[in-house]
Design a protein around this ligand. Sequence first.
Ligand code: C5P
Length: 233
Amino acid sequence: MSDIVAGIVPAAGRGERLGPGAPKALRLLGGVPMLVHAVRNLAAARHVSLVVVAAPPEQAGEVRALLADHHAGAPLRVVAGGATRRESVRAALAALPDEVGIVLVHDAARPLAPVELVDAVAAAVCAGADAVVPGLPVTDTVKRVEGEVVVETLDRSALRAVQTPQGFRRAVLEEAHLFPDALDATDDAGLVERAGHPVVVVAGADEAFKVTRPLDLLLAEVVWSRRRPGSGR
Ligand code: C5P
């Protein structure tokens, strides 16, 4: 299996929890679509030689033009995404060249994931892991509920909030995506777990948080403005 690494960016979600407007990946952060940030961060990583974006199907042409305008630093392909995140990832997997042996899947909705995190995930797969996820300790107490009734309080010390990019041996990810599944997994590692492969956790990054709700976008604007050279902070 080759060590050539490609990034996949599922970016076809509507982002309804963010409120009305453009698809989430095309919402602006610092005047630039979130998708462009996510693609740039992947492409800037040492290991990544190609990025495939799964765009909202009716906007694939627009996304292609947008990414061409904001040169990302690695060769790019844009495919039409699907009705679910899983279908979008599958469409991007189908567009990978044969020589790619390692795949990093990175949500467009995590525009501030540091390049160092991308490198750490890729390095762990290159070192031999089948599947790698970045994870952070959970700070809230987490309870399982049924309706409005608490059923159980989970042991917080054993929980991790998992982020992207998630890294995989390509064959492992492709096999996991073939598994029939009634539920739509919310991440790719979930599919890999169900297919019976071990998934390793590496340290996540606070700045890799997912932009889901309006407050997340406000926070992302603050983080971005502090990162920019000359921000004086
Ligand atoms: O909805 P959620 O925030 O979990 O979406 C995670 C990522 O999956 C986002 O980058 C979103 O654009 C992508 N997605 C997709 N195709 C879908 C649904 C979500 O590419 N049909």
